[in-house]
Design a protein around this ligand. Structure first.
Ligand code: C2O
Ligand code: CU
Ligand code: CU
Length: 557
């Protein structure tokens, strides 16, 4: 079959996807008196997800704060609070230049242990946030590392063992953006006011109880499959709206959900709007890649460019989730068989005892878990594989910037040839739990030992009767070399002979591995050249999986 015919067929089959995406926001707050509160704020210098470019040490206090979520005055949110240049910020979006020294003091204002992990950033293991370094309530932890990472969209979130899922879910997470000269030059080329066109957007699903508080109360089945909720928030805002003059928007999208996958596309009146993939987890691609849709799993980031320079005022573009098969084919797990109802029970199956994660719903002392027992109206349902909107972009009056997306974005080395040293990581259910090579996490054991010397090929092999696992490696970036055995919905997105999708093309720290799939990645253990022996983690970024031990230490020496 000729390429053109093939891509035509793909397109024809795909058109139904966009048609399914509701052009308007039918759910939640839209159309109510609160509709005005869902306009996304321009990146500011204070408040929730305010931006800050620290030149000296920063104090981040993890604590519950009420009244931060628009339209949810009662919902306490766990946040990292800081004061910078006289302004108070919650979950600040940190912007650092390559070459700067980063210093942060964590103050634990929660009622359980915590530690911050700097996801994707180069930092020796003692500074990167390992569960071994979690500090007790009232404790503090000092972090310092030079920013040597590639310019890119990194992030930070808690990593205490067994408590990462509840603490992240209840609010603790934000961006860590690294800038360098090349990236700044591109930003200036894309827009005369790059700070306004560059939007870090944290995508998260949440569940609220009948009192309007965040609810983290997974049932045994949800612990096995991952905890999802029906409220889709963008930077804390439900039914989010973004107003923009005609310009090129640079959207930095982070899937900060515990477990939900996104299949993202842009639509206007039910038809696809082209978008351009500019960056993956760890920075820019060599050249822009036009994409119609992409999968984004928990922990992953992409930067997409949306060219609205010629859009008429009044144009509405919806960033939404397109229908897909979430592929919950797990066997031998508690809750197996309810997978179709997965995430849809709302408060009907409150977790209890240890199922709720060591009293984790009480993190910060607001006890939201207990509200689960009170009867309420049937919860709203937004299944993972359904079509639903995340963000409505409205083009308003204004002079167009008239800019163009350049043909080259950044220097990106070629992915290496497959290294000889191959390590397998089998992802499967063993003894009723998710395991890697049959193992679960043990704090004092490092089942994988690698030498600092150079390249290794890590092969993630997902069982057929399984579910998608976003696999994440600490301390080292990787390049994806191949995908084999991919399901049809992933094969459809392949852009190389080796089965890579567009989002596999750059530097990565998290890669989605579908049921039945084998994904090969190359890691270079000679860079960064950390001093001394290191203990890093490789784990599934489905946070319920991680907390229950789908994680291993690896030693580098
Ligand atoms: Cu973002 Cu070890 O995780
Ligand atoms: Cu990480
Ligand atoms: Cu997993």
């Amino acid at each position: 079959m000729s390429l053109t015919r093939r891509s035509f067929l793909k397109r024809a089959a795909g058109a139904a996807l966009w048609a399914a995406l509701p052009p308007f926001l039918p759910l939640g707050l839209a159309g109510t008196a609160q509709a005005r509160t869902n306009v996304l704020a321009r990146p500011g210098r204070s408040g929730l997800y305010g931006q800050c470019a620290p030149s000296g040490p920063l104090t981040l206090t993890a604590r519950p704060v009420s009244g931060l979520l628009p339209g949810r005055p009662k919902a306490p949110l766990l946040v990292y609070q800081t004061v910078h240049n006289g302004a108070t910020l919650y979950n600040p979006v940190l912007r650092l230049r390559q070459g700067q020294e980063f210093r942060a003091d964590l103050v634990n204002g929660l009622d359980q242990p915590t530690i911050i992990h700097w996801h994707g950033l180069d930092a020796p293991w003692t500074q990167a946030g390992h569960p071994l370094h979690a500090v007790p309530p009232g404790g503090t932890h000092a972090t310092a590392f030079p920013v040597t990472s590639r310019a890119g969209t990194y992030w930070y979130h808690p990593h205490p063992h067994g408590l990462t899922a509840p603490q992240t879910y209840l609010g603790l997470a934000s961006f860590f953006l690294v800038e360098d000269q090349e990236e700044r030059a591109l930003a200036a080329e894309l827009d005369p006011r790059p700070e306004e066109a560059d939007l870090p957007l944290l995508l998260q699903d949440k569940r609220f109880d009948s009192a309007g508080r965040l609810l983290y109360a997974p049932s045994p089945g949800e612990l096995a499959m991952g905890y999802q909720g029906p409220d889709i928030l963008v930077n804390g805002v439900a039914d989010a709206v973004l107003d923009t003059p005609p310009r090129i928007l640079r959207l930095r999208l982070l899937n900060g959900c515990n477990a939900r996958l996104f299949h993202l596309g842009l639509a206007a009146s039910g038809r696809p709007v082209p978008m351009v993939l500019a960056a993956t987890d760890a920075g820019l691609l060599a050249a822009p890649v036009p994409v119609e849709r992409l999968f984004l799993s928990p922990g992953e980031r992409v930067e997409i460019l949306v060219d609205l320079t010629r859009a008429k005022p009044g144009t509405e573009v919806v960033l939404g989730n397109l229908p897909f098969d979430p592929m919950h084919r797990e066997e031998g797990l508690p809750g197996h068989g309810d997978s179709l109802d997965h995430g849809q029970h709302g408060e009907a199956e409150p977790g209890h005892g240890q199922a709720s994660g060591h009293g984790a719903a009480d993190a910060g002392g607001h006890g939201s878990g207990h509200a689960a027992a009170s009867p309420g109206p049937a919860p709203r349902q937004v299944p993972e594989g359904a079509a639903y909107p995340l963000l409505r972009i409205r083009v308003r009056e204004g002079a167009s910037t008239g800019r163009r997306i350049p043909e080259r974005l950044a220097s990106l080395p070629q992915a290496p040839a497959p290294p000889d040293l191959v390590r397998d990581f089998a992802l499967a259910v063993t003894g009723g739990r998710w395991t890697m090579n049959g193992l679960t996490f043990a704090m004092d054991q490092a089942p994988v030992v690698v030498e600092k010397r150079g390249l290794e090929l890590w092969r993630f092999v997902n069982a057929d009767q399984s579910m998608p696992h976003p696999m994440h490696v600490h301390g080292y970036l990787f390049r994806v070399l191949s995908r084999r055995g991919s399901p049809a919905q992933v094969q459809d997105l392949a852009v190389t002979q080796a089965g890579l999708t567009a989002t596999d093309l750059g530097f990565k720290d998290t890669v989605l591995v579908w049921p039945g799939e084998t994904v090969d990645v190359a890691l270079d253990f000679s860079r960064p050249d950390y001093a001394g022996e290191q203990t890093f983690l490789v784990h599934c970024h489905n946070l319920e999986h991680e907390d229950q031990g789908m994680m291993l230490n690896f030693k580098v020496k």
